[in-house]
Design a protein around this ligand. Sequence first.
Ligand code: NIG
Ligand code: FE
Length: 417
Amino acid sequence: MKPIWIKHAGQLVTMASDHQSARTKEAMSELGIIEDGSVWLEDGIIVKTGTTLELEHIYTERAAEAEVVNAAGKLITPGLVDPHTHVVYGGTREHEFEKRLEGVSYMEIMNAGGGIHATTRMTREATEEELYNQTKKRLDSFLQHGVTTIESKSGYGLNLETELKQLNVAKKLNETHAIDLVTTFMGAHAVPMEFKGREDDYVAYVIEEMIPKVASENLARFIDVFCEKNVFTPEQSERILGAGKAYGLIPKIHADEIEPYKGAELAAKVGAISAEHLLKSSDEGIQAMAESGVIACLLPATALYLREEAAQGRKMIDAGVPVAISTDCNPGSSPTTSMPLVMNLACISMRLTPAEALTAATINAAYAMGVEKFAGSIEPGKKADIVMWNVPNYQMLQYAFGVNHVKKVWKSGIQVV
Ligand code: NIG
Ligand code: FE
């Protein structure tokens, strides 16, 4: 494998810093920019960054053995990281999109057996191979949008067999596809239809049968629960996350998405690595997250798609909460793979600055899924996950919105786009 030498980046956004945790406040604007930047990649790893002039002093003699890429003034950033997806699913739900536009609510559709239940039926029916192939297309699309690492949740099985099928598909895709996937067990994504009226029995099934099996097969790193009115109560959510923790799974939580439900407070209480959505979180909840260092994983594309007010991203950053952003890629509330669009929306609908949005989509996202040691920044020793954009600076990436500016993508030092 030839070394790759990228030269003359208009801006090389490294995200390098001395911070040892997800970035808050001012640190979210420190992008570690090198003008006329250059980076040397070898064996799939980042070896050296600096100005083009600096790297010419070191590497000119080895230029002949390398593939030299002239970025010609274009922006170079780390590969984007998406810390919250439901990417492994069967079928689609475009008819529900129409229904919602006619005025039926997301929860009404779900309570009538559509929504998550519809996808659960289609995911149960799909063979592992079908699920693999459908998901692979979405991963290809993620790469086209500059995303090189994603989190992937189960939660469309809602029975042991199908939850395992989903997690196994993610595992196989991680092994065979360029994108890195880190898995989350989300058996508590909904109470399946067959347990209607017996919610606590389903909670017991998740705790006693699903979690031990998922943990013993080492199929997930995180555990997540949809803590929402008419789905799982804060008390049930706490029990499920506690049981996961006892098996070594790290808690995440879908919190305060549709209704205020003290989900942010619960995230702080259980020491979740991140809390997701947070559209309706209280000021107390935001404060609790800031104090306990819970990363707010905000999903502005979901808010837009549900035609809801976005989360209070600006307020959270100002309160000292580390913020990450994500597509939430799923067939109901956010059928998108575009992290560039999510960055745009983070600026437009949550008033993040362009620099904060980039931090939220790279290094903070990496922290939210526990991959900060090898992703989220262009620093020596990390994976050579790099994006070249058709724009000269990072502001332009957020300014010219709704456009996919990706020019080239390298994943672990291999050009994949
Ligand atoms: O993050 N809120 C729960 N889960 C997903 C949506 C799942 C679906 O509609 O299929 C979300 O919004
Ligand atoms: Fe989600």
